[in-house]
Design a protein around this ligand. Structure first.
Ligand code: URA
Length: 194
C-alpha cells in the first residue's frame, strides 16, 4: 500500500522491517519552493519520535552551520533517502532505498531546487549511482540526472561526521557555505550559466 499527498507519503508498507521499526513516516520539511534541498540517509530515533528529519544532534549541527552562513532551517528543504527509521539505526538496504526512491524523485521534481545537497555517503551514492568518497569529494558540484532531469548535486559529509571527527568540521562548514552562496543569488549566475 502506498499513498502520497502532495509532498508527503501518508501510507506505505513496502519495507516490512521498516514498517515494524518505525513509529511514523518521516516526510521532508521546509518550503515547497526552496532553493536548497538537503538529503540525508534515514530518520533516527529523534526523527522517528518527532516526525521531522534532522531534529537530533545531527540536526543541531546542520542548523548551526546554516545559521553561520545566513540561512535559517525554515529557508531550506530537508528530507531523507528513506522515510522510515531502520531498526537499530542500521543503514537502509538497497531494496529499501529503491522502494523509497520514487518518493524522493517526486519531491525533487516538485521542489525543483537550484541545488540538491547530499548529506553523507549513503545519499551521495544513492543519488549519484556510483561509489563516492565523501570526505574527498565534499564540496564538489556534480550534474546528474534525477527523475529524468539534470540536477546540480553538491556532495557534503554527514553532519554527524563532525561529531566523531573534528577534522570534518571545516569540510562540512565549507560545503554549507558553498550551498548558501549558490542559493543566495538564485544559484544560476554562480553556477556559471550566465
Ligand atoms: N541522520 C540522517 O541521515 N537523517 C536524519 O533525519 C537524521 C539523522
Amino acid at each position: 500500500m502506498e499513498h502520497m499527498e502532495g509532498l508527503s507519503v501518508v501510507d506505505c508498507t513496502h519495507c516490512p522491517a521498516l514498517v515494524d521499526s518505525r513509529q511514523q513516516i518521516v516526510n521532508g520539511t521546509g518550503p515547497a519552493d526552496a532553493d536548497l534541498l538537503f538529503v540525508g540517509e534515514a530518520p533516527g530515533a529523534n526523527e522517528d519520535d518527532q516526525g521531522e528529519p534532522f531534529v537530533g544532534r545531527s540536526g543541531a549541527v546542520l542548523d548551526d552551520a546554516l545559521r553561520d552562513f545566513g540561512l535559517a532551517r525554515a529557508d531550506v528543504r530537508i528530507t531523507n533517502c528513506v522515510r522510515c527509521r531502520p531498526p537499530e539505526n542500521r543503514d537502509p538496504s538497497q531494496e529499501e532505498l529503491s522502494n523509497c526512491r520514487g518518493y524522493l524523485e517526486a519531491e525533487i521534481d516538485q521542489i525543483d531546487p537550484e541545488v540538491v545537497v547530499t548529506l553523507g555517503k549513503v545519499p551521495s551514492e544513492h543519488l549519484l549511482e556510483r561509489s563516492v568518497g565523501v570526505t574527498n569529494e565534499a564540496g564538489s558540484l556534480v550534474e546528474h540526472e534525477l527523475g529524468g532531469e539534470s540536477r546540480t548535486v553538491l556532495i557534503c559529509v554527514h553532519p554527524a561526521a563532525t561529531l566523531y571527527d573534528r577534522s570534518q568540521e571545516e569540510t562540512f562548514e565549507e560545503t554549507i557555505r558553498k550551498a548558501a552562496e549558490l542559493a543566495g543569488d538564485g544559484g544560476q549566475s554562480k553556477l556559471g550559466e550566465f
